[in-house]
Design a protein around this ligand. Sequence first.
Ligand SMILES: [Zn+2]
Length: 165
Amino acid sequence: MRYNIKLTVYRALSHTMQITRRLEFDAGHRIPCHKSQCRHMHGHRYVLEVTLSGRVINTKGASDEGMVMDFADVKAIAMEQLVSLWDHAFLAYAQDSQIVDFLNSLPAHKTILLPFVPTVENLALEAFRLLDPHYHNTYGNDLTLAHVRLYETPNNWADVNRSDL
Ligand SMILES: [Zn+2]
């Protein structure tokens, strides 16, 4: 019985796991050449899921002992590097000149110019690219950004896996 307990503890500390933090933000966009509704200016309540992979930290007495990464730190990095920038912004394709000219005419409007059409696929890929350098392997636990999922609506989302890049 004692042997079984020790074995369980050992496996929990050495195992690689994935953790996910969900964040939400509101943003406007349009798909300029879309055949239907998406060419109109409109907005979404986007939902971002940031999944990190790493080994559970086993530093005795550390604040994040037993964690892959403190969820508060996962959130803080995502907020700083992406969510606070995109929240309540208009995500505009830089070559969509009618929209860009209009947004530039509005004083101090929060506009994010993107080098691609702001579909959920492209936005998810950009989110991965922006976040990836900021989840460091600080504790030597092989921490890495494994996956980003971005929901445009509750029924439509795009996934980016590190293994696909
Ligand atoms: Zn849309």
